[in-house]
Design a protein around this ligand. Structure first.
Ligand code: GLC
Length: 739
């Protein structure tokens, strides 16, 4: 049996190599026919005529340009009808090179999933892979070949609005999620259910100074390699077809023109064979950075550094030919970029059939697939984080007579969709389930639901308070849904103030005076600050922006049809003054937990601890951790230690627990974090059930980048911690790495 599998694998790899060889031959044959204008055309990407996700540049007559083969890719063109129209223009060009259609399918196409940061809170890698796969299926059915996702930027700064697009602050969790999402998008690249992934934003964009979008980034290469690059490498290991560079300058050099990042690391050390697209206009923006004096120098810098395709800056279009003529850019550089792009077009099968992704019947079917809706509801429920449930108000009884459902988010549809929802203008958005609709469907005729908006999200007006108090007075339980609007987190949405906006927290205070049980839902794209609510309200649920099934998922959790299992992928600060705040920090010489009252690394006006820590989230049940065992207390580099632990569901309902394994390298040739996530398992336990789970400690889990940028593991003692969050360590042990 084994022999036949080996033979089959051998045949497949030979076939794949033969096929690839064929593609390479086709690329070589095609590029030999291309003029310099046609080559540069392949490096040129424009947005569709009626959509922009960046500052509009003055663009020529795109239709005419496509027919001349001077545009190689479009973005923000949606649907089989429109992509076909553009593709038909490309088929009128001399060489009939098909267009690539790219789109920000970041958390869903028509079916929208929780924003990526919310999905990360599920810690469910299979669920996130499925979400990406469904997003790819719907996008591919609508003529899209390529998604500008996953965004894998690590960030420790919730002032940065783009945290909503990523997987949070942790490199290990972020790397696992990056891998899963790429696998989901590219489940079988070339078939009509897959799209090319685009790993972004390369690199370290999430470390912008002050959390201000597009701002500078400055860090040691050691920190870059240890914290910010691993998720990109994980995505590459998953087979990511493309990368997107980032807007920021990194250590003084814009990522777009950063040959260390693009040539040395990505295309050199990592041997990336796909292509790099610039972010919107980022090549031309190097003039604004003051890194180059004009667009011609920008084009020279970017193509030399390894940016293959120019999104919307017109820089390659108007300067590359001249640079080649002046022998400032070797034609080989242009050819390399062109070949990388053509190779992907062949791999997608677009030369065989430029319209293979333009099937209206498939589009209709996939955009209305009940399986997608079901999956979105399940993933949304898994992404919800229960922050407090002190008086067991949750789950709500289905026998309640009257509920007051109050707040500016209750009937909103658009907010559930989040920032990067695809703007499907010609699709009615009524399919997005509001929280009101979700609860209404859940309780049916049994329970009367009273509604009051209470206040706006940003408004300072308290006019609605009286009505809110009035409906509250008639109800047994109050559900209050507040937060931030969908367009207050995301690109170009950095905030200096993370407090709940408007007068929402004052509404909380007024409703608290009623003395009735209140369930607070907080909808946001990032960690917000709500200290009074967190300190004074016993029942709080973080519902992020959960996508088109938000209402149903929230109702499933509120009424106990799904027991919440989410865990925070980012630290929640008490105050903006604590930022950057993250769990896996170094100890310093005067740690904040020092017994010394004065000389310690702490604020004199605020506790050092966060409001809610990384990895935190409650359940309607409880879990007991016991019987931690290590297979041995010493290991060599080529050995492993098996860690086993018993987890028991000690509550009254079935539930899921994310068991987290943390390590601390006690002494290193560079200082090491006091705690680092190195593994996790999300397990399901029926009431009273106990499971023994195992982890394997291998050399990779002990390794880090030293100052020489070598990935090393050093002999010495390691603390091992098993916990329900980074601040709720249930069991501890230690072991030694020996030579
Ligand atoms: C935007 C974003 C990037 C997106 C691109 C295309 O500026 O930075 O994430 O993929 O432009 O919309």
């Amino acid at each position: 049996m084994k022999k036949s599998i080996t033979l089959a694998l051998l045949f497949l790899s030979v076939f794949a190599f033969a096929q690839q060889k064929t593609i390479d031959e086709k690329v070589e044959a095609l590029i030999k026919q291309m003029t310099i204008e046609e080559k540069i055309g392949q490096l040129n990407q424009y947005t569709g005529d009626n959509a922009a996700t960046g500052p509009i540049t003055i663009n020529p007559n795109k239709q005419a340009e496509i027919k001349k083969g001077l545009i190689g890719s479009m973005l923000n063109v949606l649907g089989t009808k429109y992509t076909r129209q553009y593709q038909e223009l490309a088929m009128q060009s001399r060489l009939k090179i098909p267009l690539l259609f790219g789109q920000d399918v970041v958390h869903g196409y028509k079916t929208t999933f929780p924003i990526p940061l919310a999905e990360a809170a599920s810690w469910d890698l299979e669920a996130m892979e499925l979400s990406a796969r469904i997003s790819a299926t719907e996008a591919a059915a609508s003529g899209i070949h390529w998604t500008f996702a996953p965004m894998v930027d690590i960030s420790r700064d919730p002032r940065w609005g783009r945290v909503m697009e990523g997987a949070g602050e942790d490199t290990y969790l972020g790397s696992k999620i990056a891998y899963a999402r790429v696998k989901g998008f590219q489940v079988n690249l070339g078939d009509v259910n897959s799209v090319m992934a685009c790993v972004k934003h390369f690199a370290a964009y999430g470390a912008a100074v002050g959390g201000r979008d597009y701002n500078s980034v400055d860090m040691s290469n050691r920190m870059l390699w240890e914290t910010y690059l691993p998720p990109f490498k994980a995505a590459l290991d998953a087979g990511a077809a493309t990368f997107m560079n980032s807007f920021n300058d990194l250590n003084g050099i814009p990522a777009t023109g950063n040959s260390y990042l693009l040539r040395d690391v990505l295309k050199g050390k990592w041997n990336f064979q796909g292509f790099v697209v610039s972010d919107w206009g980022s090549i031309g923006e190097m003039v604004s950075h003051g890194y180059v004096k004009d667009n011609k120098e920008a084009a020279l810098s970017a193509i030399t550094a390894g940016s293959d395709m120019d999104m919307e800056s017109n820089t390659y279009r108007y300067n590359l030919e001249k640079l080649v003529e002046e022998n400032k850019v070797p034609i080989a550089l242009v050819d390399d970029a062109v070949k990388r792009i053509l190779r992907k077009k062949f791999e997608l099968g677009l030369f065989d059939d430029p319209y293979k992704f333009c099937n209206p019947e498939r589009e209709q079917r996939e955009l209305n697939n009940p399986e997608h809706t079901k999956a979105a509801r399940e993933i949304a429920a898994k992404s919800i984080v229960l922050l407090k449930n002190e008086r067991d108000v949750l789950p709500l009884s289905k026998g309640l007579k009257t509920i007051a459902f109050i707040g500016p988010m209750v009937k909103s549809k658009r907010d559930n969709h989040g920032f990067w929802a695809v703007d499907l203008k010609d699709i009615d958005s009524s399919y997005i389930v509001s929280q009101w609709e979700g609860v209404e469907r859940k309780v049916g005729k049994r329970t009367k639901i009273l509604y009051a908006k209470g206040c706006g999200v940003e408004s300072k007006s308290k006019e609605g308070f009286a009505e809110a108090l009035n409906v509250a007075s008639q109800a047994e339980v109050i559900i209050l849904s507040i937060g931030e609007n969908w367009n207050k987190s995301g690109e170009a949405k950095s905030k200096s103030n993370l407090q709940l906006p408007g007068v929402q927290e004052e509404l909380v205070k007024e409703l608290q005076k009623t003395g009735k049980p209140i369930v607070i839902l907080i909808n946001a794209g990032r960690p917000l600050i709500f200290n009074w609510t967190a300190d004074n309200m016993p029942t709080i649920v973080y519902t992020w922006w959960l996508g088109s099934e938000a209402g149903n998922a929230i109702a499933d959790v509120l009424f106990g049809d799904y027991n919440p299992s989410g865990k925070l992928p980012m630290t929640f600060p008490r105050d903006e003054g604590q930022i950057p705040i993250y769990y896996n920090h170094f100890n310093t010489g005067r740690p904040s937990i020092n017994e010394d009252k004065i000389y310690k690394s702490a604020y004199i006006d605020l506790p050092n601890s966060p409001k809610f820590p990384f990895g935190y989230g409650l359940s309607y049940t409880t879990f007991e951790y016991s019987n931690l065992k290590l297979s041995k207390k010493e290991m060599k580099n080529n050995e492993t230690i098996t860690v086993s632990v018993n987890i028991k569901n000690t509550g009254s309902v079935k539930g899921e627990e994310v068991v987290q394994l943390y390590l601390r390298d006690k002494v290193g040739s560079v200082v090491r974090p006091i705690i680092e996530l190195k593994d996790f398992q999300k397990i399901t336990l029926n009431r009273g059930e106990t499971k023994t789970i195992e982890f394997t400690i291998d050399n990779q889990k002990l390794s880090f980048y030293n100052n020489a940028l070598e990935l090393v593991s050093e002999p010495g003692e390691f603390d091992l911690m098993i916990g329900s969050s980074s601040a709720d360590i249930r069991l501890r042990d230690s072991f030694e790495l020996v030579n």
